[in-house]
Design a protein around this ligand. Structure first.
Ligand SMILES: C[S@@+](CC[C@H](N)C(=O)[O-])C[C@H]1O[C@@H](n2cnc3c(N)ncnc32)[C@H](O)[C@@H]1O
Length: 232
């Protein structure tokens, strides 16, 4: 359920369904970057990333607290939240750059197709979808070569404190062997998260190197950068 008006921008944290090719674009990945696996998608929501990657032979795990829900309940919510997100996009077209998606109809069709791919893949491979919430992931240190995290950190500053962001980033780095990529660095209004440099300094003191990289993808205007963490 969403609560329009209770928070700035889009509102509550919604369960979105970004397709596989949108993941490649927003994280600046080539398909072959993934093949060395294992890869973690957290939060995965109802995204089509794990289905698309698995179909290409990638060892991939998806994590989201909403996986505690029975599949039919979550699948229904993912479709409802996708429609809500699309209505928001239609009502606020100036906040979005049209390029990856041709227009709002294309946005809706591709996100709904991703939600379908998610539902089918979760039914086929339920053990690859783990119910857990940051900052506590049920994995050993260095378990994944690459960790991808989209549209949670930095996007919902009304919901997450600075301490939440630090604890979430630290936990993503703990389970990553080579790299964590976090996208985007803006909220749903396109405002850059103001505490990014403080977070980078705090992570550096703990031995986690960071970098900001531009990507050739922008949907929320201003959202074309990825934060890369390199655990020591
Ligand atoms: C906007 S969706 C992003 C999903 C996916 N990455 C995508 O881009 O389509 C945000 C997700 O964050 C999840 N979430 C909320 N709190 C979380 C937490 N503490 N740890 C991990 N995931 C969380 C929600 O359940 C929701 O599915």
């Amino acid at each position: 359920m969403t609560t329009p008006g209770a928070y700035r921008g889009l509102g509550d944290i919604i369960v979105t369904a970004r397709p596989y090719d949108e993941y490649l674009a927003m994280f600046g990945l080539a398909g072959e970057d993934l093949l060395q696996g294992p890869v973690l998608d957290c939060p995965a929501g109802a995204s089509g990333f794990a289905p698309g990657a698995r179909a290409r032979g990638v060892d991939v795990m998806a994590v989201d607290p909403e996986y505690a829900q029975p599949p039919d309940v979550l699948n229904h919510r993912a479709v409802a939240d996708t429609r809500y997100g699309n209505q928001y996009v239609r009502a606020n077209p100036h906040t979005y750059a049209w390029g990856f998606f041709r227009d709002p109809d294309d946005h809706l069709a591709r996100r709904l197709a991703a939600a379908d791919a998610f539902a089918a893949d979760r039914a086929r491979s339920p053990r690859r979808y783990v119910a857990a919430a940051l900052p506590h992931l049920p994995f050993a240190d260095d378990r994944f070569r690459l960790v991808l995290s989209s549209h949670l950190l930095f996007v919902y500053p009304d919901h997450l404190t600075y301490s939440d962001h630090l604890a979430f980033a630290r936990e993503l780095a703990r389970v990553a062997r080579e790299e964590v990529r976090i996208f985007p660095l803006v909220d749903t209004l396109g405002a850059r998260w103001p505490l990014l440099e403080r977070l980078r300094d705090d992570l550096a003191r703990e031995g986690v190197g960071t970098g900001v990289r531009s990507v050739a993808y922008e949907f929320i205007r201003g959202g074309d950068e990825v934060l890369v963490l390199r655990p020591s």
